[in-house]
Design a protein around this ligand. Structure first.
Ligand SMILES: Cc1cc2nc3c(=O)[nH]c(=O)nc-3n(C[C@H](O)[C@H](O)[C@H](O)COP(=O)(O)OP(=O)(O)OC[C@H]3O[C@@H](n4cnc5c(N)ncnc54)[C@H](O)[C@@H]3O)c2cc1C
Length: 309
């Protein structure tokens, strides 16, 4: 138990210091080579090659062109174009992958309407290619707006889009119920951001409890479920629950991040489970990378060791 409290403190501290400009400068200077462990490639062609190799092991993918928290709307337009190129690239190469994008990458913090139009363009392109778009969930100022975007797209018959629900938020159970009712596909996660105690569980035990609860809600409703976690407790629990309640293996999938537990991903695929790897590529790796460091002290230790070289 004391170890768990230590981990939570570590995570919060790292998410706080990662916003510090000096820490950012040091990480950009020393962390780049280690970031390659988590980032598939700096360009689309390299990322598609990586996905081919994953597919050969029976692992599906979701490709993420890195970028978030943009400062000008021209950047949002260029990310939209990059995603359209990505969807075409997936289609041409024939790899088994959908795409994941961040709403702030499409301009959510700058102009909601413009963001909606950009995401809509990407979802339409994906529909044309019979593909699917997952809108990642960012921190709580964007939760309502992200859910609104997905619901509005569904009302326009653009149903090849889904989003993500974070089990650390108190509001989560209601959001899951709403999305199930509206047929919106969800990826279920614990949550990667630093959120205040007024709106989110701060204790790993509570987050785990609510996580199991929302997985169960999905499986019980016979709704296709995407469980995105590296946590053995969650993976074992899901397998057992599915077995006991006769949920077939094609009704859910496990998702993990590129560079993490790759052997476990291959093993799950060999056991006949559906597995999807989240494959980020591009050059804007710093925010994504610091969230990965915050999740696992061992990753930070590797950076510190490399700083001396
Ligand atoms: C595919 C995917 C997409 C995601 N999308 C989002 C999103 O849109 N929004 C968002 O807020 N968050 C997202 N996340 C991040 C998520 O919210 C968590 O922050 C992250 O997954 C860490 O939680 P965890 O359940 O994986 O395990 P943790 O809570 O980090 O770890 C729990 C336990 O799992 C085991 N474990 C974890 N990592 C490893 C490892 N590398 N090797 C061995 N054992 C390990 C250990 O036993 C550890 O004690 C995503 C995660 C994944 C996998």
């Amino acid at each position: 138990m004391p170890m768990k409290i230590g981990n939570e403190l570590y995570r919060k501290t790292l998410l706080t210091v990662s916003g510090n400009p000096l820490v950012e400068k040091l990480t950009l200077r020393y962390g780049k080579s280690l970031a390659r462990k988590f980032i598939a490639s700096s360009d689309l062609e390299g990322a598609l090659q990586e996905v081919k190799q994953l597919n050969a092991k029976g692992i599906m993918a979701t490709l993420d062109h890195l970028g978030e928290g943009i400062t000008g709307l021209e950047q949002a337009a260029s990310y939209r174009n990059e995603y359209i190129r990505l969807i075409e690239g997936i289609s041409k190469s024939g790899v088994n992958s959908n795409v994941s994008l961040k709403p702030t990458q499409m301009g959510l913090s700058l102009n909601k309407e413009v963001c909606y139009e950009h995401i809509r363009a990407v979802v339409r392109e994906a529909k044309y290619h019979r593909n699917f778009v997952r809108i990642d969930m960012e921190d709580s100022p964007y939760t309502d707006a992200t859910l609104e975007i997905v619901k509005k797209l569904h009302k326009e018959q653009l149903t090849n889009v889904g989003t993500v629900i974070q089990s650390y938020l108190f509001r989560t159970e209601q959001d899951v119920q709403d999305c199930i009712q509206q047929g919106i596909s969800l990826r279920l996660v614990k949550g990667a951001y630093k959120e205040p105690a007024s709106i989110a569980y701060q204790n790993a035990k509570d987050v785990l409890w609510q996580y199991k609860r929302i997985i169960q809600m999905h499986l019980d409703h016979n709704v296709y479920t995407a469980i995105a976690s590296h946590d053995d407790k969650i993976i074992k629990w899901t397998k057992q629950y599915a077995l006991e309640h006769e949920v077939p293996k094609d009704r859910f999938e496990f998702q993990m991040l590129y560079g993490l537990r790759m052997q476990e991903q291959a093993k799950l695929a060999e056991e006949g489970y559906r597995v999807r790897c989240y494959v980020p590529y591009g050059t804007m790796w710093y925010p994504y990378y610091t969230r990965r460091l915050a999740e696992k002290p061992a990753n930070l230790m590797m950076v510190l060791k490399n700083m001396g070289r």
